[in-house]
Write a protein that binds this ligand. Sequence first.
Ligand code: GH3
Ligand code: MG
Ligand code: MG
Ligand code: MG
Length: 300
Amino acid sequence: MTPAEPQKVLIADDDPINRDVLCELLQPEYTVLLAKNGAQAVERATRHVPDLILLDVMMPDMSGFDVLRRLRATPQTEHVSIIFISGLDRPEDEAAGLKMGASDYIAKPFNATVVLARVALHLQLVRQRRLLEHLAHVDGLTELANRRRFDDVYDLEWQRARRSGQPLSLALLDIDSFKQFNDLYGHPAGDRALRAVARVAGTHMRRPADLAARYGGEEMVLLMPETDGEQAQQIAQALREAVAQLMIAHAGSAAASCITVSIGGASLDPGRMESSAALFEAADVQLYRAKQGGRNRVMW
Ligand code: GH3
Ligand code: MG
Ligand code: MG
Ligand code: MG
């Protein structure tokens, strides 16, 4: 999250004078993108995913209403905030625009100060919505995805794997002798170690669909779609080694003289695995075996 970055506003209007006026109004504060017709508006919005679109309604090729419908049907722009800005100034037009899901409706001719104030208001709302989404999905200590986020993504990836027949791998990671670490070095040092391990877990999830999440306490879960057991084990081994390479001293560990992790994994066998819970349990069994086997190891 970088809340200080300037927000992006797309201005879509077929009238060059309107575009110029709005652009000059917004440019000092925001990153402004321009579109001179509906098709361009859809293209720029999908490519740049602006924070807000000021959208003219009457344009020769495609109306603003149609642009909104197209954007709502596209995953990247499904939730983008839109303000209509239109010469259609009857209350019915305004009501229709708002009912379609626009955040606001401004009639032309517009007052520059009011447009600026409304744009600022809606961009503030966008920021607040992003912050709430972030807080709902991200673990505060480690900045990894939280369990709620994992549950949602796991559900979707499970279904996707079942449909496609592609492999899906899941691994549970647990820090070894972590209670001892806290006892020896204190809770703040424990938090720092946990964050360091989380960072390593995060950097080993290289594909866009891979996910590392904090599942609870000092346990993390790694979800690797379209990754078979062999590939996933290699990643898990590399991760395990990278954690040991952090060389965080741990005099009370049952496994080594530094912080280490045990990892248990399982991969979806589309024919046999009956539920996402069964895959999870299979990974948990392997984690137990890794602990029993002496810790600081990967079991699949
Ligand atoms: P094992 O090798 O069997 O996993 O031993 P362990 O001590 O790691 O296992 P156990 O589950 O008994 O203890 C986990 C400990 O992790 C308990 C708790 O003190 C610590 N822990 C859990 N969450 C946090 C956290 O957010 N910060 C810190 N510092 N410690 C945590
Ligand atoms: Mg127009
Ligand atoms: Mg544990
Ligand atoms: Mg542990």
